[in-house]
Design a protein around this ligand. Structure first.
Ligand code: SUG
Length: 446
């Protein structure tokens, strides 16, 4: 049996903008109110997808959600025609309008947690959309995400789709951004590594927890996912993210650590009780030896890691070589660039580095790893995936054309209330559902 790690990247939506919505995400706050370029953002994402596919990897695409989410504004008491609603929201509650226009669904690492059939007791792939309950602009995503995942992984024989966890702070769930899977090879069972920011239910006020920025993921959410996905207890490790790094802008674990197969690449301050975490991982991963490449603060500080997004990289195997896919901000940061040269020349764990210009996404705190949801699939499961979601030369060309036809190259916060933008977005998504064979995934929003 063959199995693959497929990467499903989120297509950037036509309303991509910088509204400073994500407190605790330094880039989102620092770039607030900049003019965005949705067309360039989408093309940058597509370029990465095409290159990954050309490297021989299985590459999937997930569609953007409909924005502005007029249905959400209606549910919050705005009434009248769609155009009235946008005008009233812009006047009375501009922050709510911006939230309902965010294109944040592009960061599909947060879309869901997916457990491969090799790890689950019933031998099915389990998918749980993340409730993203920490931020309003993201908490509305899971309803559409579930519809989209169901349309893409549309076979009861192979896939089990769960509801998102209860959308309350105690069950805050940010999806695969806080989940890493280690395995000897994709067709072998793996170890599920869940990283959380805080306990949701503990009443011990003295426990270590971030003081400045929110911990978005709770231990209870990770535990519920592990139970619901029927994972084997001896192949799960739960670890707490170091609260100090959350307070320095590491709002998800994938901003400070990345793993693939037998390799963990992380900063020395990624986890609380880091040595113990390594021991637990090695104990659970009995299949073969786990390699850990730990980056010291002297080599790359947490602040450089956050600004360059060194760890928000994709670690992939290309022709048997461990390849790190980094954002071009890593080339621009002298210390990080020097470290990466040293790593590939002398360390013999990571063989190659490739960088991508994802600056439109990066300005909102989304690097290569945020843009993709990893799904390990066997041959039979891959064959059951909606073919309209698998990247090919022709799909790439159609999507580039689609972006060029429908996207603006300039968007400010003021433009979000423009009813014409809503029309353009709806027309674009209607055409996209036909291209990607997605059926009626957006109907409930209208
Ligand atoms: O949730 N940014 C996203 C970035 C998500 C990155 N994902 C991972 N690390 N996996 C977030 O903070 C900013 C939107 C704005 O400010 O307009 C935003 O939502």
């Amino acid at each position: 049996m063959n199995a693959y790690e497929a990467n499903f990247d989120g297509l950037v939506g036509p309303t991509h903008n910088y509204a400073g919505l994500s407190y605790g995400n330094v880039a989102s706050s620092n770039n607030r109110s900049l003019t965005s370029n949705p067309k360039l953002a989408a093309l940058q994402g597509l370029e990465k997808m095409k290159t990954m596919r050309n490297l021989g990897l299985v590459q999937g695409v997930l569609p953007p959600h409909e924005r502005p989410a007029v249905n959400e504004l209606r549910a919050l008491g705005f009434s009248g025609s769609d155009a009235d609603i946008l005008t009233k929201a812009a006047k009375q509650a501009p922050k709510l309008l911006a939230s309902c226009c965010s294109a944040a669904t592009m960061w599909t690492a947060n879309a869901a947690t997916v457990s491969p059939s090799l790890d689950t007791a019933d031998g099915k792939v389990h998918l749980t959309p993340a409730n993203l309950s920490n931020k309003f602009h993201r908490a509305m995503e899971h309803k559409t995400t579930r519809q989209v995942l169901q349309a893409v992984f549309n076979s009861e024989r192979y896939f089990t789709h769960h509801e998102a966890l209860p959308g309350i702070p105690q069950f805050g769930d940010e999806g695969a951004a806080n989940y890493t899977r280690f395995c000897t090879d994709y067709h072998r069972p793996g170890v599920a590594f869940f990283v959380y920011g805080d306990n949701g239910f503990s009443s011990n006020e003295r426990r270590p927890r971030p003081q400045r920025y929110p911990a978005r993921q709770t231990r209870e959410a990770s535990e519920a996912i592990a139970r619901q996905h029927q994972l084997a207890c001896d192949r799960i490790v739960f670890a707490q993210q170091h609260p100090n790094v959350i307070d320095q802008g590491v709002f998800h674990n994938d901003v400070i650590a990345v793993g693939n197969k037998n390799l963990l690449f992380c900063h020395e301050h990624a986890f609380l009780h880091q040595r113990q975490v390594y021991e637990q991982l090695r104990e659970a991963h009995t299949d073969s030896a786990l390699s850990i490449v730990e980056v010291s603060d002297d080599q790359v500080s947490v602040s450089d890691a956050v600004s360059s997004y060194l760890f928000n990289s994709q670690l992939v195997t290309v022709n048997g070589k461990n390849t790190l896919i980094v954002p071009s901000e890593c080339d621009a940061n002298e210390k990080v660039a020097r470290y990466l040269r040293w790593l590939t020349e002398s360390h013999h764990t990571i063989d190659a580095v490739r960088s991508f210009d994802l600056r439109q996404s990066m300005k909102n705190g989304g690097g290569p790893a945020c843009l993709r949801l990893r799904v390990v699939l066997t041959d039979a499961e891959l064959a059951a995936v909606n073919p309209g979601s698998i990247m090919s030369d022709s799909l790439y060309q159609r999507l580039v054309q689609w972006v060029n036809d429908h996207y603006r190259d300039r968007l400010t916060e003021k433009d979000l209330a423009d009813p014409q933008l809503l029309m353009e977005s709806r027309n674009a998504l209607d055409e996209l559902t036909a291209i990607m064979q997605l059926g009626s995934v957006y109907d409930f929003q209208r």
